[in-house]
Unconditional design. Structure first.
Lengths: 254, 318
């Protein structure tokens, strides 16, 4: 069973700061990491490989330093990596096109696994877009996956409904955070990852002349204008003050 | 044309009001799409809420599959010449719109909370970086696909006298090789957090499932009676059903009063409740993120604060 895991390098949101005057996020110099849910996809790939054998390839579109992040997934258990250097102004159309072309270049695959969305932008577009481009079935929001020799079944969380879907290969599956707990690689695995190959491809070599269909023209700050009145001394007094304030606000009737 | 599609009538009606506004600016008309069986009553409803035409795609499919609905919708788009496509941001809508974007080579902006036309270009804004920024996105191509969360726009006033055209057409979808084996309604407790005026919400600060009663008691005296929660309580621990879940992947709420007890204030949660009227935070960690998003806050253990607050509210309300 050959599996391709699509993983994205993102800014570590927990380390992101906001410029106090403009309220805009400061993205430069922030630590990068593999988007959390992509690690769940990786974990699921390893489980499937443990059962059926095969090969796991990690595929990333990103800056050249994303190679370091790919190594984390190689340490978890992927066999090889592929990094496509991202062009400027990349949008979902370009990312998905490059992923689909890279998948074709890798060639032999049964399953493509992705996180349901990346934790930085949380659009959730990439999985379905890539499946559409490759014209293969998509199974989104998988909470459990059972891979068999000639078909795969997934239980999906569709909000108001739980839907169980079955598909033959090849198939693209997006997973949710709840599907598993991604493993932490051992020191030996981390050291071993250094010897696993990471192929680097340019965007142009996969698809030339790609232009964004959607451009982010501005990143605006968010002013969460709240009163921020925090009571933290005597608890009884705090509670009474809060109730008085809520009554004055008219949200509770005194 | 500006196309509107949702599998949820209420949601489609909300999007129609924005579609009418955009269509006016683009000098276009609005098409509402119904996929499934012919429903004249629903078609007339859409017209009363702003659609110039309703396209009913009659199909012989039992259930939603993104692959098949993408095929149907792309055929409709080709036939009606739609340039702007609004789809609801529920899970079906999101996987449908992104696949459609791939198939049509169209730009797509997911979960937009603001759409407008400026200098003949279409713009859509969306919240990114877990609520810390708003990305202003400009479409460079047509068609443009935008998905919209429920409750983002207010519907137009219903006008039964509005006239519109109803087009019915049988559409054959390219069959997907995937099979739906089972559809189960999610276990719910019949809670509708999206319509609640007062919500008391709990998070990882709760130690036991039974302690939810502390939250319920406060919600009851506030006459809100609605209990919400953050992701871990619904998704990981399953102490409450998912209809209580408030956040980016859960429900988006706008109550008059939102009380967050034992919720750290991860931006994914804030994204679901940021539009609330008054936000109150209770957390024992004075550094908790939630206080930055709160109007009022009490630094203290929820196990002490909640019973005291319940009593104080009871006393105040008489």
């Amino acid at each position: 069973m050959n599996i391709i895991v699509c993983a994205k390098q993102v800014v570590d949101l927990s380390e992101m700061k906001v410029d106090p005057s403009t309220k805009k996020p400061i993205l430069k110099g922030i630590a990068q990491k593999i988007s959390d849910i992509d690690k769940n996809a990786m974990e699921e790939a390893i489980k499937i490989k443990d059962k059926h054998g095969g090969k796991i390839t990690v595929l990333t579109i990103g800056p050249s330093d994303a190679k370091e992040r790919i190594k984390e997934l190689l340490a978890m258990g992927a066999d090889e990596g592929a990094l496509v250097t991202a062009p400027d102004n990349i949008d979902y159309h370009m990312t998905a096109t490059l992923l689909a072309e890279a998948v074709k270049k890798i060639g032999d695959y049964d399953i493509i696994l992705c996180g349901e969305a990346s934790v930085d932008l949380f659009s959730g577009q990439i999985g379905p877009r890539v499946a559409g481009l490759l014209n293969i079935p998509q199974i989104t929001y998988a909470q459990t996956i059972t891979a068999e020799k000639d078909k795969i079944t997934a239980e999906r969380n569709m909000g108001e409904q739980a839907v169980t879907t079955e598909a033959t290969y090849p198939v693209l599956i997006t997973v949710t955070k709840e599907i598993n707990e991604p493993r932490l690689p051992s020191l030996m695995q981390i050291l071993g990852a250094a010897n696993k190959p990471i192929n680097e491809w340019t965007a142009d070599s996969l698809s030339s002349g790609l232009k964004p269909l959607v451009e982010t023209v501005e990143l605006k700050g968010v002013s969460m204008e709240r009163k921020n009145i925090i009571y933290q001394n005597d608890l009884d007094e705090s509670v009474n003050k809060l109730v008085d304030s809520l009554a004055k606000e008219g949200v509770i009737r005194g | 044309m500006v196309l509107v599609y949702s599998d949820n009538t209420k949601h489609a009606i909300e999007m129609l009001s924005k579609a009418v506004e955009i269509a006016k600016q683009q000098k276009k008309k609005v098409t509402a799409v119904i996929i499934g069986k012919t429903d004249e009553k629903l078609a007339k409803e859409y017209i009363a809420y702003g659609a110039d035409q309703v396209f009913i795609a009659e199909i012989s499919l039992d259930s939603f599959k993104a692959e098949e609905y993408t095929d149907i919708l792309s055929k409709i788009v080709k036939e009606t010449g739609d340039e702007t496509i609004l789809i609801s941001s529920n899970k079906n809508g999101k996987e449908l719109s992104a696949r459609l974007g791939g198939k049509l080579n169209a730009g797509c902006v997911a979960d937009s909370n603001n759409i407008y036309v400026k200098n003949n270009k279409l713009f859509a804004e969306r919240v990114v970086y877990s609520g810390n920024a708003i990305a202003v996105q400009q479409f460079n191509s047509k068609p443009a696909i935008v998905t919209i969360p429920s409750k983002t726009f207010d519907p137009l006033k219903k006008d039964e006298n509005r006239k519109g055209e109803i087009i019915k057409k049988k559409i054959d979808a390219e069959k997907s090789s995937s099979k739906i084996l089972k559809v189960q309604e999610m276990k719910t407790e019949g809670v509708n957090v999206e319509d609640a005026e007062i919500i008391v919400s709990c998070g990882r600060g709760l130690k036991n499932k039974d302690d939810i009663k502390l939250v319920k008691e406060l919600a009851d005296v506030l006459k809100g009676k609605t209990v919400g929660c953050s992701r871990p309580i619904a998704a990981d621990l399953k102490w409450l059903s998912e209809d209580h879940w408030i956040g980016l992947s859960g429900h988006k709420v706008k109550p008059k009063l939102y009380i967050a007890a034992g919720i750290s204030g991860q931006i994914q949660h804030i994204a679901g409740m940021r539009d609330s009227g008054i936000i109150v935070a209770i957390n024992k960690d004075p550094e908790a993120l939630i206080f930055k998003s709160a109007d009022y806050g009490i630094v203290g253990d929820l196990y002490e604060v909640l019973p005291k607050l319940t009593d104080a509210v009871k006393a105040k309300m008489g």
